[in-house]
Design a binder for this molecule. Structure first.
Ligand code: NAD
Ligand code: SER
Length: 316
């Protein structure tokens, strides 16, 4: 079997940072190159090869892939929903041109599996809100969501017409303890833990009845690598797998944290991100992922909250 030589883009981000560590554990540190537009530092820089890479710089993408003899890519570089609404042109440029550069490299340099994440942001207000089906209406209202739908369609095109092996998941909001989220609408579901431990109070930027699909980082990493490792023959979809683990309101999350920190106080002051959250589903039907590559989550809300608080308290 060919040795995997893996490139992670956006490796300094919330998902990329933990994904890189797990890939290095599995495939050998020297075989996983962590890159980001920001200079990689800390644990990421100490544990294996790193480089600065702007994914919108096509020549730099091709040069780096050749230099490290990369054959597998986890493309995590992106501009997320909230930052994307503040700077739609940047969001389009990074998410679309960055992804096109990666997809073109996959074809022109004859690479193996490429993971390009999509998001629940691909959906919109016309999409069924509960148990959102795999095949459904995709009319997002954010620039971020537009780039995610375009990325899915483009990925399908590259797979069907150009022979690339591109795979993608519609991640829900990701909860994690190691790297702070990078400018999304679901960031409150991470921020709340830090504030609970540090201050005992939190001002939440969505209403208490806001219900969104979420997932704990260990499940996100498992899903991502499992999809990359799945037998291609079994994949009837490719770039747009629905993925589900948890669905809760901001109030449900507060109540679960209060079981551990009874005096925790949360107030709700919705800002512009409420309007984004209101266009996204509350829960997701991920039966295609379950059937085609054996996806099943390990973490529920209770175990996620307990583990998050233990990890953050140990560091405080
Ligand atoms: P993040 O914002 O935490 O990290 C993205 C990284 O990309 C950052 O480190 C940033 O410096 C880097 N970056 C920005 N512009 C770049 C460029 N031009 N070239 C190279 N790097 C650049 O994002 P994340 O949460 O880790 O998301 C990873 C992927 O998962 C993205 O595709 C995102 O849309 C998707 N996703 C994330 C979530 C979530 O809740 N975290 C949910 C759904 C989908
Ligand atoms: N967590 C992401 C965001 O809020 C969803 O894709 O932007």
């Amino acid at each position: 079997m060919t040795q995997k030589k893996i490139l992670v883009t956006g490796a300094m981000g919330q998902i990329g940072s933990e994904l890189t560590e797990e890939l290095r554990r599995r495939y050998g540190s020297e075989n996983v190159v962590a890159t980001d537009i920001r200079k990689p530092d800390g644990k990421l820089a100490e544990s294996g090869p790193c480089d600065v890479l702007d994914v919108t710089d096509r020549a730099a993408v091709f040069t780096l892939i050749k230099k490290h003899e990369i054959n597998t890519i986890y493309h995590m570089a992106a501009i997320l929903s909230a930052t994307g609404e503040k700077n739609p042109a940047l969001c389009w440029n990074v998410n679309m041109n960055g992804s096109i550069n990666i997809m073109d490299a996959a074809v022109e340099l004859d690479l193996g599996t490429i993971i390009i994440p999509s998001s629940i942001a691909a959906f919109g207000p016309e999409t069924p809100r509960f148990d959102t089906p795999q095949e459904t209406i995709l009319k997002p209202k954010t620039m971020y969501g537009v780039t995610k739908v375009c990325g899915e369609l483009l990925g399908d095109y590259y797979v069907k017409n150009l022979g690339a092996d591109i795979r993608g998941l519609r991640y829900p909001g990701i909860i994690s303890s190691e790297t702070l989220p990078g400018g999304g609408t679901t960031d409150y579901a991470v921020d709340i833990f830090y504030k609970a431990v540090e201050d005992g109070k939190y001002t939440c930027f969505v209403r208490e009845d806001t219900m969104l699909p979420m997932m704990y980082m260990p499940d996100c990493i498992k899903a991502t690598i499992d999809l990359a490792e799945a037998d291609k023959e079994n994949l009837l979809h490719c770039c747009e797998y629905n993925l589900s683990a948890l669905s809760f309101t901001a109030a449900n999350l507060t109540e679960e944290i209060k079981k551990h920190i009874p005096d925790f106080k949360v107030s709700y002051q919705p800002d512009f991100r409420q309007a984004i959250a209101d266009t996204w589903p509350a829960s997701i039907d991920d039966s295609a992922a379950r059937q085609e590559w054996g996806w099943a989550p390990d973490w529920d809300l209770e175990s996620t909250v307990k583990d998050m608080l233990e990890k953050l308290r140990a560091r405080s």
